[in-house]
Design a protein around this ligand. Structure first.
Ligand code: AN7
Length: 349
């Protein structure tokens, strides 16, 4: 069941005339940690595997709503700026619905898999000599009504769809977790999760609200520094963003929930990236590992995490970014095509 079928009745902009499209987004697994929970010193740790969405990231939850509304409104196409995942998602839903898609990306700074996706789904891909922030400035002129709809998270339909991840967590755990650890780039997702928790709490489906614990990459941490970053830099290209569009909403989520927004270094991100794959069997992309890196950093300084129930959002699939994985050093040993040789190599005889 897709996001519109499962939670359409709780999404503000969805009406009876909204087309019920889906590519099978949402209802992603919430997996209990098998090793990091005790290693990091957390009471109960769960990973929400948003990389299991149809285009491999959480963006699909909001995109299905934004594209359904674009169809309902008679748009002929969609446009977005993107560090990669939004472009893959927008172009997939556009292609399924017979809409044109235009994606504007920072040249040389989006992961190979994401570019391949947008291209395969049939997008017009415009690579600008600039940052994501410049790309967003360019496409903002498409906000509001018109044949080409802006589907960045400044479009409220995106936030509406993404809030359903909070509903799923509460539906599965029976209540809100104590803490939600999440990577922060343009800050749409932390905004959406907080909206979802608030709404479910107000409806009586949760007895409490989680602390929102957001993490930016140290080289692209405007919300931590308190000012825009002119030249954001990080290995986690998905969150290489210097001027987050949902700035005020992220700060509100942080303060209202009693949470925090902190930064993690690229080294901490890459350590968490390897730990997650090597200890849990979960291959998230580097930006996703920022939530795990943040948890490792926070739990090391806060022993009381031993008594808390935590959900870590793994926002995107590691397969999207093969270059960062191979840069970790491929662990391949060679042998002749011969059982004895393979056994010798493995130390079995
Ligand atoms: C894997 O695709 O901004 O704080 O243009 O791809 O809601 O921006 C992606 C962001 C985290 C940050 N994890 O979420 C884009 C884009 C992954 C991401 C984020 C992104 P926001």
């Amino acid at each position: 069941m897709g996001v519109l079928a499962r939670y359409g009745h709780l999404i503000d902009s969805v009406t009876e005339s909204t087309p019920q499209i889906t590519l099978g987004e949402g209802s992603t697994p919430l997996i209990r940690s098998r090793h990091l929970e005790s290693q990091l010193g957390v009471g109960e740790l769960y990973f929400k595997l948003e990389g299991m969405n149809p285009t491999g990231s959480f963006k699909d939850r909001g995109m299905v709503v934004a594209v359904a509304k674009a169809l309902e409104d008679g748009s002929t196409g969609v446009i977005c700026a993107s560090t990669g995942n939004t472009s893959a998602s927008a172009s997939a839903y556009a292609s399924a619905c017979g809409l044109e898609s235009i994606v504007v990306v920072p040249k040389g700074n989006i992961a190979a898999g994401k570019l391949a996706q947008a291209s395969m789904y049939g997008a017009r891909v415009v690579a600008i000599s600039g940052l994501f922030d410049d790309a967003l400035d360019i496409v903002r002129s498409f906000a509001g009504p018109g044949p080409i709809k802006l589907v960045n998270s400044v479009n409220p339909d995106r936030i509406e769809g993404q809030k359903t991840a909070s509903f799923e967590i509460v539906d599965e755990l029976g209540d809100s977790p104590d803490d939600l650890f999440i990577p922060v780039g343009n800050a749409g997702n932390i905004t959406a999760y907080w909206k979802g928790f608030l709404e479910y709490h107000a409806m009586g489906n949760a007895t409490r609200l989680p602390r929102m614990m957001g993490f930016q990459a140290a080289g692209a941490a405007p919300l931590v520094l308190g000012h825009p970053v002119e030249e954001p830099e990080t290995v986690a290209s998905a969150i290489r963003i210097g001027r987050p569009a949902s700035w005020e909403n992220a700060i509100m989520a942080r303060d209202h929930s009693g949470g925090l927004i902190d930064s993690v270094t690229d080294e901490q991100i890459m350590d968490a990236y390897s730990l997650l794959a090597g200890q849990e069997g979960i291959f998230g992309e580097p930006a996703s590992a920022a939530s795990v890196a943040g948890l490792a950093k926070y739990a090391a300084a806060h022993p009381e995490m031993q008594n808390r129930r935590v959900v870590c959002i793994i926002t995107g699939n590691g397969l999207k970014d093969p270059d960062n994985a191979t840069a970790q050093g491929l662990n391949v040993e060679e042998a002749p095509a011969d059982l004895g040789a393979v056994e010798r190599l493995l130390g079995m005889n």
